[in-house]
Design a binder for this molecule. Structure first.
Ligand code: ACO
Length: 304
């Protein structure tokens, strides 16, 4: 079926189908950025695996961080169906030519940050990614189904960490509040620039890659999160946050988008560390890739 007819009928575009070059390029850009985010996103939380406050917390956190690795691998596989090479995508990440989510350039200073990441960052990721399950590109949409199920578990575990801290000692409550204070605004920035400053949105929505605009999803996240903060007994650090009866949504304060642009440009608190760590891990893992390639070649020779 022709590309336009597929889109008009809300069908899925599959790797074998004809598609415009620009559609393919946009998908590679977004899926690669998404994959890189999952992989770099292992670092802030991985920082706490050895210091999780109990065996149970440690087991949960390890499972969660491994899930993120799995998501990254799924997404690289989805990108490869578009004819790109994973090694090349990694090279582009390592040399700063492809982006990853701004949120992973903030430090995890306390154990409560692991809770805030689960609750707010994975919560925002779910709001952004559930509509991607209906993305027009089949392999990306299908990958998102399982990713979203796992993200729901991640979000719940973050909420539960914060709930425990918020109902603990005054010092634990303060630690939880401090984490939320630091992560709230960066979590809102995850949805990207405002709609009138988002160069890719209109075309991506016309192609059915994005189903909702950055601002629509950001609003949905705020509306969803406010009652959860109340249930936690924590406050969101925005004096302008209040319900607007007329709009049927919460109003919220102005986001400092210059911070987002700076972080995306590489000037966030942890950008240099994150990439240096990733490059080091990649180099340390060279022997694994070589061994896997040698094994595959041997099996192929055996089969022949
Ligand atoms: N962090 C880093 N870069 C960003 C961010 C952000 N939070 N928001 C926007 N950008 C970049 C875009 O990638 C784009 O750059 P590019 O054109 O060089 O690729 C530029 O800023 C302008 O933004 P938009 O025109 O709004 O870009 P787009 O239409 O791609 O929307 C969005 C951005 C919403 C992030 C979209 O790409 C998306 O939904 N991606 C899939 C989800 C994802 O990547 N999540 C990662 C974090 S969640 C997690 O891993 C737990």
């Amino acid at each position: 079926m022709r590309f336009e007819d597929l889109l008009a009928g809300d069908g899925r575009v599959e790797p074998r189908d004809e598609m415009p070059d620009a559609y393919r390029r946009t998908l590679v850009r977004q899926i690669a950025q998404h994959a890189h985010s999952e992989i770099i996103g292992m670092q802030p939380e991985g920082n706490w695996i050895s210091r999780a406050p109990s065996l149970r917390r440690k087991a949960i956190l390890m499972a969660k961080v491994q899930d993120e690795a799995g998501h990254g691998l799924y997404l690289y596989a989805a990108a490869e169906t578009l004819g790109v090479d994973r090694a090349d995508l990694l090279d582009q990440l390592h040399t700063g030519r492809q982006k990853y989510s701004s949120i992973f350039n903030y430090p995890t200073l306390t154990w409560a940050d692991v809770g805030a990441i689960g609750w707010l960052v994975d919560g925002a990721a779910i709001v952004n990614q559930v509509p991607l399950c209906r993305c027009s590109y089949g392999p990306y949409a299908r990958a998102m189904v399982r990713v979203c199920k796992e993200e729901s578990f991640h979000q719940r575990q973050g909420f539960e960490i914060l709930h425990t801290l918020a109902h603990g000692s005054p010092a634990q409550h303060a630690m939880a509040q401090d984490a939320v204070d630091r992560y709230w605004w960066p979590a809102l920035m995850m949805f990207g620039p405002p709609d009138d400053d988002s160069p890719n949105s209109a075309q991506s929505m016309a192609w059915g890659i994005k189903r909702f605009s950055n601002d629509e999803l950001r609003q949905r996240f705020v509306d969803m999160t406010v009652p959860q903060a109340e249930a936690l007994g924590l406050t969101l650090p925005d004096p302008d946050l209040r319900w607007n009866d007329e709009r049927g949504h919460h109003d919220f304060g102005e986001i400092d988008f210059t911070e987002l642009y700076e972080v995306v440009r590489g000037n966030g608190p942890c950008n240099a560390d994150r990439i240096a760590h990733k490059v080091r891990a990649h180099e340390d893992g060279a022997w694994v890739r070589e061994a896997a390639a040698a094994y595959a070649a041997k099996r192929e020779a055996g089969a022949a």
